[in-house]
Design a protein around this ligand. Sequence first.
Ligand SMILES: *[C@@H]1O[C@H](CO)[C@@H](O)[C@H](O)[C@H]1NC(C)=O
Ligand SMILES: *[C@@H]1O[C@H](CO)[C@@H](O)[C@H](O)[C@H]1NC(C)=O
Ligand SMILES: CC(=O)N[C@H]1CO[C@H](CO)[C@@H](O)[C@@H]1O
Length: 732
Amino acid sequence: LIIFNQILGELRQDIREQVRQSVKEMALIRNTILECQVCGSSDDSASLSAGFHEPRSRCSPNPCYKGVSCMESLHYPGYTCGSCPSGTTGNGTHCRDINECDAQPCFSPQACVNTIGGFSCLPCPPGLWGAPLSGTGLDYAKTHKQDCVDIDECVDLPDACVPNSVCVNTVGSYKCGGCKPGFLGNQTSGCFPRKSCAALTFNPCDSNAHCAMERNGEVACRCNVGWAGNGNTCGKDTDIDGYPDRSLPCIDNDKHCKQDNCVFTPNSGQEDADNDGIGDQCDEDADGDGIKNVEDNCRLVPNKDQQNSDSDSFGDACDNCPNVPNSDQKDTDNNGQGDACDQDIDGDGIPNVLDNCPKVPNPMQTDRDRDGVGDACDSCPELSNPMQTDVDNDLVGDVCDTNHDTDGDGHQDSRDNCPDIPNSSQLDSDNDGLGDDCDHDDDNDGILDDHDNCRLIVNPNQKDSDVNGIGDVCENDFDNDAVMDLIDVCPESAEVTLTDFRAYQTVVLDPEGDAQIDPNWVVLNQGMEIVQTMNSDPGLAIGYTAFNGVDFEGTFHVNTVTDDDYAGFIFGYQDSSSFYVVMWKQTEQAYWQSIPFRAIAQPALQLKAVKSRTGPGEFLRNALWHTGDTPGEVKLLWKDPRNTGWKDKTSYRWQLSHRPQVGYIRVKLFEGTDMVADSGVVIDTSMRGGRLGVFCFSQENIIWSNLRYRCNDTVPEDFQAHRKQVLMHIQV
Ligand SMILES: *[C@@H]1O[C@H](CO)[C@@H](O)[C@H](O)[C@H]1NC(C)=O
Ligand SMILES: *[C@@H]1O[C@H](CO)[C@@H](O)[C@H](O)[C@H]1NC(C)=O
Ligand SMILES: CC(=O)N[C@H]1CO[C@H](CO)[C@@H](O)[C@@H]1O
């Protein structure tokens, strides 16, 4: 207890001590405050305690930079300032703006806008897109960057280019190109679906017409066989020569809407010498001189006097050599003076007697083999052959004729510009000796064919302003032959432009026999109509143009009731032993000469491949007559099972498709508007292309009218179907 009391006493002493201490301290603080003059008295502090003189605050008014906090301090000067606001730098009392743009936070230096205490970036430039950026402080500016990425206008702007055209995105912009494949037009006019007959919402064609696509993508209407007109309006065309029986109310004044001036006899040229509205072909007095054609020695030139100074059948008024008999009236240079009386037949300035090619213009007279026959007309320009014999009528002289033709296109290897690729047309656009078909740069402009937007015309710059994939220099005339593609029968061959048989080679198929006379060919309508007037031996008139794939059509009409013999047409002609013929007879008949063998003709329309060992002569003559195979001469590929012959004074239209690259042949025959025969798909590769012509055998007064050929290498759809069928047959 004594110890407890002792401890208690010490504790009491301690507490007293502490109270005395605190009282002392309190007094000291009070004195300090009282002594304080500097602080002065504020209203607030005054109200604190009425009894004291309040000291003034060092932070009021705020001595720091605007917006920076102030804290009183025991140290001089009695306050401290907080740190400068972000975006500025300094000690708190004084703060300076930082230029964040120095850190280049924006897409471009020019796009950065420095503000007091921060920065902001201008929006991305046109064509680019990025989120807006602004901020404060260097650190922020250094760690953030305005991102502007390219806008793909082609995707994001639905109307950037006209619909269905090519849109090309570029950085910051875009370009509009041509129309997409399958569309036609441009950025101004718009791009519209390439027309197609199937897609027409409104059929503009006559009910007797069909719709066809032109090369330029336009839709055209063509009257069906047996109808004529402009396609929008068609009328019956009994003689199938392209002119309707009655005039048609066409709005475009198309000449094919005018009434046919010979309704029942084909005359595709509508020739009318006396302008009496009746065509020469059916006008009993074509020149209107009062003398009927059959008696008139000038059928087309009025000559009442019938004067005829020489002994040929042409009166002076229409005789191009009035004083020299010339029943052929041939006039090679078309100068109005017949060859028989022309001192310079070819008009090359060199008189016939001195000219080494009297019938082919060659002012230079070049003659490499010095055989007296100029190169221009020499069938063997490098081998002497003054006689120019050419037994097989292939225009290659016998001495240089090898008949060695690896690819079967009718051009012997030594003359074939593509000896291993069948190419009858021998087209060589750049004249480099290499045919287009084995030349990878047909026009020699350094741009390979597969990439050349004008394959046949030199255009190294490939300029294509309307971006349609066809170069400017060949836009409307692909082969540069001055005939617009629209009417060009061979838009991709400068050598063939329009159907024209005005220049032709005659081939007599029985030169030995004199059973009958040779045919007499008359060519009308700028080469689109041929008339044969004589009852003759078999003969051909063959155009000089050689074709690969071709479509060939024409109207066939026997304009007499006399005789009942053969007539037809030729394709794939390579020489007088190698060609295809489509021939037709009126009645069945055995040939009157049974030597060398008996030949029986049936009336059926027939398709024959002639590959003759003997060539022109009795064998080939009888083999042609015979409806059947004659080994070594003729193969009958097809005959019309109806076995009916042609009718007098009736028009028939044939349509032939020949695609030698695959051996496809198909012939259709129309009588009036009806198809009466169709060979179906016939495959034969004996002739890989060749020339076209017409054929007659003992029949007179044949008209081949409204002739039309077209280059066409497109293999028809029925070819594949046919192949499948044949294959299945083989498998079974
Ligand atoms: C666009 O096509 C229209 C109509 O075919 C034609 O008149 C115009 O010249 C073309 N414009 C250009 C730039 O090719
Ligand atoms: C070319 O032949 C094909 C197939 O036979 C045919 O469809 C097309 O119409 C022909 N082209 C021309 C321009 O006649
Ligand atoms: C056999 C044949 O026709 N061959 C080619 C000849 O040339 C044309 C065009 O140049 C090609 O399309 C043929 O295929």
